[in-house]
Ligand binder design. Structure first.
Ligand code: 4NP
Length: 150
């Protein structure tokens, strides 16, 4: 079983979309995929309606996901931890206990453009097309992640 965690700030916009997109590409008997936020603002909440809508447009249902906060336990529970942006990345690295923990953390857009350390823009305060842009970035990144395994 390969265990992959997607992390953003609120766990209602970017990371639930990343979770849904990657789940749609990988068989669930060999992969456990989850998402979390570095902040606790939206613990227990469903994804943002704009993330739900863009996922639905592409045939993915993320309505049942619920927000949770990233914890140190996640370093033990996951093999790979993908941060959506630089701020999330730094937050997670600060919580790491060992070099092994640090080695699990990657910026998701480095799968598309290695070593460029680009961030998935936070669409929360913007308009609807922000979510379309984020969806496309995540779909491209998750397609590359999938090809590593299948
Ligand atoms: P996310 O977006 O990190 O992609 O889930 C955000 C969601 C909520 C907030 C910020 C970003 N917020 O400030 O509540």
């Amino acid at each position: 079983m390969t265990r992959i965690l997607m992390v953003c700030l609120g766990n209602i916009c970017r990371s639930p979309l990343a979770e849904g997109v990657l789940k749609s590409k990988l068989p669930n008997d060999n992969f456990f995929i989850d998402s979390a936020g570095t902040a606790a603002y939206h613990v227990g909440n469903a994804p943002d309606p704009r993330s739900i809508a863009v996922a639905k447009k592409y045939g993915i249902d993320i309505t049942n996901l619920r927000g949770r906060q990233f914890t140190k336990q996640d370093f033990d529970d996951f093999d790979l931890i993908y941060a959506m942006d630089d701020s999330n990345f730094k937050h997670i690295i600060k919580m790491a206990r060992t070099d092994e923990d640090i080695a699990k953390v990657k910026l998701i857009l480095n799968e598309i453009t290695p070593n460029e350390n680009l961030s998935v823009p936070d669409p929360y305060y913007g308009g609807g097309d922000g979510f379309e842009t984020v969806y496309k970035m995540l779909d491209t990144a998750c397609e590359i992640i999938k090809r590593k395994y299948i």
